[in-house]
Design a protein around this ligand. Structure first.
Ligand code: C2O
Ligand code: CU
Ligand code: CU
Length: 449
């Protein structure tokens, strides 16, 4: 596919290209379309979850043909790992791809050191690595995910299919037993018959690569059939390397009960903007019966077959706002900054990623405010590993509820987040979750001790 078609996709002309397929599905009726499949769930027992994940090249079924992908264990998404606070997840990662890789747990409060959520580990082609993730007892229940994090390979490996969900179950799940609990991992892979789907141009890297179709759990325009008497509960994960999603359902709205880092006091939304990397857990409130279209912007991406419902309203308390930040630092996002790729890349405080440099030194068990500004021409989703934050000012003077690990930094805005550097120290990264930006250097190192 040529760059110009990719740019058309970016500019919203995707509708014209996707609709013929959707119309074909429509002609055979919504019920004849594929129903949404849930990725396989692997649950912990007796406090342990042991799983083998093999990253490998795979051919996946797609619209009657095969498409080339990288997968964990041959499926896209990979298996969903389900655990509880206090559990230990042991992952034996085998790298059967031709590139270096590793494994990042995006979101849960896990140590970034040793063989835990350590982004500096490199698993070479043909090698294996045993990860041990100890979920702290104070982990908020919610929806998290995993994907590779080897610098310079993240965007291509994620867009090729290396991603899966992590669910942490906790006390507040008892309020949600009357629901149909589904994982919806949204991603836009490039569709092709060989590994060239991973290739990209410098221009694509600068804008963030865009795929060919926005899929839900790897499926094109699937149908979700609501069960009578149960509230639909969706764990939405934006696993696209670059797309900001703007989701809506024609005839229904979302009751948000969870953000990136855990549950939150329920609030209702007609549309949900989800940046790359972010998650929302929602209950669906259908105001119409029938086959309702699920949209990203104006593009139809699936269907919900439902009758009118009143969702359960779990009494989840709002989270207390962190107090007494001991320090305020500023991070300036800008374009340019010299070096090999000059104006083609984005930087924090004028610096590109340097694996040997600590950019931010933080005192363990302190709260800090970071003010992130953006003078570049595009919005960037800012993400930090291991320690969650609250959005005090999202750039327009308003706060955002809930725990977050990723937040949009709009063009021209100054966003204030409050970070909780609690429980353990270590060295890890913050970066833009337009992962091509991260791969070309829009990343820094934070050390907490
Ligand atoms: Cu999902 Cu460092 O990222
Ligand atoms: Cu992450
Ligand atoms: Cu960016």
């Amino acid at each position: 596919m040529s760059l110009s078609r990719r740019q058309l996709l970016r500019n919203g002309a995707l509708t014209a290209l996707v609709i013929p397929c959707l119309e074909a599905l429509n002609q055979i009726g919504a019920n004849a379309a594929t129903s949404l499949l849930e990725p396989k769930r692997i649950k912990s027992s007796n406090g342990q979850l042991n799983v083998n994940l093999e990253a490998k090249e795979s051919l996946l079924d797609f619209e009657g043909k095969k498409r080339w992908a990288l997968t964990y264990n041959g499926t896209f998404p990979g298996p969903t790992l389900v655990a509880k606070p206090g559990d230990v997840i042991n992952v034996n990662l085998k790298n059967s791809t031709k590139q270096p890789t590793n494994l990042h747990t995006h979101g849960p409060h896990l140590s970034p050191s040793g063989n835990s959520d350590n982004p500096f580990i490199m698993v070479a082609p043909g090698e294996s690595f045993k990860y041990t993730f100890r979920i702290p007892k104070n982990q908020e229940p919610g929806t998290f995910w995993y994907h590779p994090h080897h610098h310079e390979f993240v965007a291509k490996q994620l867009s090729a299919g290396l991603a899966g969900a992590i669910i942490v179950e906790g006390e507040s799940d008892k309020l949600l037993t009357d629901t149909t609990d589904r994982t919806l991992l949204l991603a836009d892979p490039r569709i092709g018959s060989d590994s060239s789907v991973m290739d990209t141009s410098m221009m694509d890297q600068m804008h963030g690569r865009v795929g060919d179709y926005l899929l839900i759990n790897g499926q094109l325009a699937p149908t979700i059939n609501a069960k009578v008497g149960k509230t639909e509960r969706w764990r939405l994960i934006n696993a696209s390397p670059s797309l900001f999603l703007n989701l809506s359902i024609d005839g229904a709205n979302f009751l948000v009960i969870g953000t990136d880092g855990g549950r939150t006091k329920p609030f209702s939304m007609d549309k949900l903007v989800i940046t790359p990397g972010q998650r929302y857990e929602v209950l669906i409130n259908a105001k119409k019966s029938g086959s309702l279209g699920i949209y990203n912007g104006s593009k139809l991406i699936g269907y919900l077959n439902t009758s009118v419902n009143t969702p359960i309203s779990p009494s989840i308390a709002s989270i207390p706002i962190l107090q007494n930040p001991v320090k305020t630092r500023t991070l300036k996002i800008a374009q340019g900054g010299g070096g090999m790729m000059g104006g083609m890349r984005f930087t924090f405080n004028g610096e590109s990623f340097d694996p040997n440099k600590v950019n931010q030194s933080v005192k363990l068990n302190t709260v800090e405010d970071w003010i992130i500004s953006n003078t570049s021409h595009m919005a960037h989703p800012f993400h930090i590993h291991a320690w969650a934050f609250q959005v005090i000012d999202r750039g327009d003077g308003k706060s955002e509820p809930g725990w977050k690990d990723t937040v949009a930094i709009p063009v021209g805005a100054k966003v204030r987040i409050r970070l909780n550097f609690a429980d353990f120290g270590g060295k890890t990264v913050y970066h833009c979750h337009i992962l091509d930006h991260e791969d070309i250097g829009m990343m820094g190192i934070v050390e907490v001790k």
